[in-house]
Design a binder for this molecule. Structure first.
Ligand SMILES: *[C@@H]1O[C@H](CO)[C@@H](O)[C@H](O)[C@H]1NC(C)=O
Ligand SMILES: *[C@@H]1O[C@H](CO)[C@@H](O)[C@H](O)[C@H]1NC(C)=O
Ligand SMILES: *[C@@H]1O[C@H](CO)[C@@H](O)[C@H](O)[C@H]1NC(C)=O
Ligand SMILES: *[C@@H]1O[C@H](CO)[C@@H](O)[C@H](O)[C@H]1NC(C)=O
Length: 479
């Protein structure tokens, strides 16, 4: 790894004189002592040392042989906010912020006039106007510095610094579990990119998009805090704060570790198809929720998220996880997206079709039908082939079975005349109850496998019960 030699204005083509980082202060001190031997040696060495090392304060707890698995208590959140809009935007972080459990700050331009009215405390961003900027809003520089500002607070026992926007909704327990699978003592940069290919082409495939949030291990955040200001001047021509941070991470020789549960939500329209076929990975974040239709019909986006956030604690690792079962008598394929929606397709579809998101949405910038960074399938043009959809109505833990009971209610009535019997029978169902064992976060540590389910139907009272279970050995999801 190259030391930060470019910052000191050295000619990179001259024979590199690589000074190991830990020794840099000493070498500098020595030459200064030789040059100005008359002056107090002690005071100079202290000054020189602090210039080189000031931002890097080793965290004593990091080397404290803490072998506990990574939990929310090991995370520090840095939210990029704005004084003018924070009172309104705080409604997003208040959905997931738990005072006393989550730690961190929202960073604003200045102290808000009135009370912020949020569980998350604010801090004022340090100087950001003096940096060169030829593209992007002024806030892009300020937000990029959130990493350094948050690091310099010096919160104890932090393994991961997590950066997000003021409209990012995090799922903290899942985030901690996902990060726990990576080495927090190494230099690690974890996040996700954009769902819209046009955005990845315009910005970068290899950068973590800031709205979906990203995480930096402690050692990487320490290096980044030291290198950030130089990077900001060098990468003045980038649009966003996330791209500036990424450029700086790249200068440290580190690349992005993609985790499929971070969601920038760079899509327009109805996110249903995407959320009902979530990747086989824990849900970590959602963003751009003001720009897409509400997750639940007849509810505001905030009501929808509040409902989702009520189901989430009942079984965090299972949230939005999909499983499939078939009702052979009625030719139904049933897809459950736990804690969100159940669909009954009036036809037998393969597991491959069921796990491919239906394209109920468009791309972010040009509002086109793709391409996306995942495969999609079109929503059927024949209304009789579209699924009956049931959305979350309640979620609770079941003490007896140590599992969960989630209920889903049919979304509106659809005309069934002209459609076949299978469709009419599916539309006659009003409520679906899903029983599930709780998932262990550790299940995601091994090679994760989709769960199986069985249908217990009773059409007389217009309800259907689905029981989720772990698949048996050699069991396949086959029509
Ligand atoms: C199920 O679908 C098959 C093939 O599409 C069809 O032959 C059969 O009649 C259907 N069964 C019912 C009960 O609708
Ligand atoms: C939404 O509201 C409309 C009109 O009030 C109603 O017809 C429809 O059934 C409602 N949908 C749901 C899912 O509650
Ligand atoms: C529907 O019938 C099943 C089986 O008889 C029963 O367990 C369930 O409680 C009933 N649901 C309602 C809402 O009555
Ligand atoms: C479906 O559930 C709702 C409560 O969410 C209840 O009011 C309604 O009666 C149920 N319908 C049937 C047919 O059981």
């Amino acid at each position: 790894m190259c030391p930060k030699s470019t910052d000191s204005g050295q000619d990179p083509f001259r024979a590199p004189k690589i000074i190991p980082k830990e020794k840099a202060g000493d070498a500098l001190t020595t030459s200064l002592i030789a040059a100005v031997a008359v002056i107090s040696v002690l005071s100079i060495s202290i000054t020189a040392y602090s210039v080189v090392h000031a931002p890097i304060r080793p965290d004593p707890e990091l080397f404290d042989f803490d072998y506990r698995p990574t939990s929310v208590s090991h995370l520090a959140f840095g939210i990029g906010g704005s004084t003018a809009t924070w009172a309104d935007r705080a409604r997003y972080s208040d959905l997931w912020w738990k005072p006393g459990s989550t730690r961190g700050y929202v960073f604003l331009e200045e102290d808000p006039a009135g009370p912020a009215g949020s569980g998350i405390q604010h801090r004022v961003s340090s100087e950001w106007r003096r940096f060169r900027r030829t593209k992007g809003p002024e806030s892009a520089v300020r937000m990029a510095r959130v990493v350094a500002d948050l690091f310099r607070v010096g919160l104890p026992g932090v393994r991961w610094f997590v950066i997000g926007d003021d409209d990012t909704v995090f799922f903290p327990e899942n985030l901690a579990a996902v990060l726990g699978r990576h080495d927090h003592q190494g230099m690690v940069y974890v996040g996700g990119n954009s769902e819209s290919v046009e955005q990845d082409v315009e910005h970068a495939y290899d950068m973590a998009f800031g709205g979906g949030g990203f995480a930096l291990s402690y050692p990487l955040a320490a290096e980044l805090a030291a290198a950030m200001d130089g990077c900001l001047d060098r990468y003045h021509y980038y649009y966003g704060s996330d791209q500036r941070v990424w450029a700086c991470v790249v200068e440290l020789g580190v690349g992005l570790t993609l985790e499929p549960g971070f969601h920038q939500i760079d899509i327009r329209g109805d996110p249903f198809g995407f959320l009902a076929a979530h990747p086989r990975a824990p849900l970590v974040s959602l963003h751009h929720l003001d720009s897409v239709q509400p997750l639940l019909p007849n509810r505001t986006q905030h009501e929808s998220l509040t409902a989702l956030m009520k189901a989430y604690p009942a079984d965090p690792p299972r949230t939005l996880q999909q499983c499939f079962c078939y009702h052979r008598k009625h030719n139904w394929s049933v897809s459950v997206s736990w804690g969100y929606a159940v669909q009954i397709f009036p036809a037998l579809l393969t597991a491959m079709e069921l796990e491919t998101p239906q394209q109920t949405f468009k791309t972010w910038r040009t509002v086109s039908d793709g391409p996306f960074t995942f495969n999609t399938r079109p929503v059927s043009s024949d209304p009789c082939k579209r699924p009956a959809v049931f959305f979350l109505s309640s979620a609770e833990e079941d003490g007896g079975s140590e599992g969960t009971v989630t209920a889903y209610r049919k979304a509106g009535d659809r005309v069934t005349s002209g459609c076949n019997e299978d469709f009419a029978r599916a539309m006659a169902i009003e409520n679906i109850t899903v029983l599930a064992p709780k998932m262990e976060q550790q299940e995601w540590d091994q090679s994760p496998r989709r769960h199986c389910c069985d249908i217990e139907e009773n059409l007389r009272n217009r309800t259907m019960r689905i029981r989720i279970r772990r698949c048996r050995n050699s069991e396949t999801i086959t029509i």
